[in-house]
Design a protein around this ligand. Sequence first.
Ligand SMILES: [Zn+2]
Length: 103
Amino acid sequence: MSVLGGMSGPFSRRGHADCERCVRQVEVTMPWPGWGKLRRVWLVLIFFLVASSPLYLADMHGLLPAALMLVAAIGPLNALAGIRPTCLDCGAVIEPPVGSPTG
Ligand SMILES: [Zn+2]
């Protein structure tokens, strides 16, 4: 067990996969598959936030900071959605990223 043990993010799980560097089946950490889905939901949420801005700008002092916090929260969500399954023995990424995490 390496220092990476289970440190690939919240809701990560253990699984088994073939590591190209170790050339054998190893224990890997799997990210929660819902992060990508949650990120898309978040983008839709931000779209509706921008679309409904005339409504909440009437109470700007209360709702604008809350809206900006919601928009800023896409950053950690992007990072979580970009986590790839990682080998627990050598730390190699098991699956190469398909496209960019922002795509
Ligand atoms: Zn490995």
